[in-house]
Design a protein around this ligand. Structure first.
Ligand code: DUT
Ligand code: MG
Length: 154
């Protein structure tokens, strides 16, 4: 059974423009995310976004995905996030891993090749299928949602 002590293996292909870049890696022993760096120099203007090249493609084992998540330091200091967080890397995707960054801050954000831009979290995927039915079973919640709980009528 894969666990932090028995990691799954993700095959990684370095692309020509990824030459010299570090392989995504955990910064500490029990980190959840592996930091990934930019393969390009780019400036993201306030309100702008860019699919940042990483220089790597991968083959994730079937039954797993890789989630691409923002780094909190960049979010707090510079307003840098991912508009699609968590980005989903499918097990059958063989193209280059790209990190879509958005600048929610007020200053242009300068990225240099080699800067850590995001983190990658490997996760198991629970497959499901929809079974279409005429009626659903009743529940206490019913169709209430979007802030329906805890509301008292006075
Ligand atoms: O942040 C991301 C998100 C996705 N991808 C790649 C891997 C993923 O497997 C593929 C498709 O992503 P997704 O399913 O989120 O995008 P889509 O808009 O549904 O495109 P598609 O029709 O190709 O599935 O794009 C990235 O490189 N970075
Ligand atoms: Mg898709």
């Amino acid at each position: 059974m894969p666990s932090p002590l028995h990691p799954i293996e993700i095959r990684l292909k370095r692309l020509p423009h990824g030459e010299g870049l570090p392989v995504p890696a955990y910064a500490t022993a029990h980190a959840a995310g592996m930091d990934v760096v930019s393969a390009e120099d780019v400036i993201i203007v306030p309100g702008g976004r860019h699919a940042v090249a990483t220089g790597f493609a991968m083959a994730i084992p079937d039954g797993y995905e890789v989630q691409v998540r923002p780094r909190s330091g960049l979010a707090l200091k510079h307003g840098i996030s991912l508009p699609n967080t968590p980005g989903t890397i499918d097990a059958d995707y063989r193209g280059e891993l790209k990190v879509i960054l958005i600048n929610l801050g007020h200053e242009p954000f300068v990225i240099a090749r080699g800067d850590r831009i995001a983190q990658l979290v490997a996760a198991p995927v629970q497959a499901a299928r929809f079974a279409e039915v005429e009626e659903l079973n009743e529940t206490a919640r019913g169709s209430g949602g979007f802030g329906s709980t805890g509301v008292t009528s006075s």
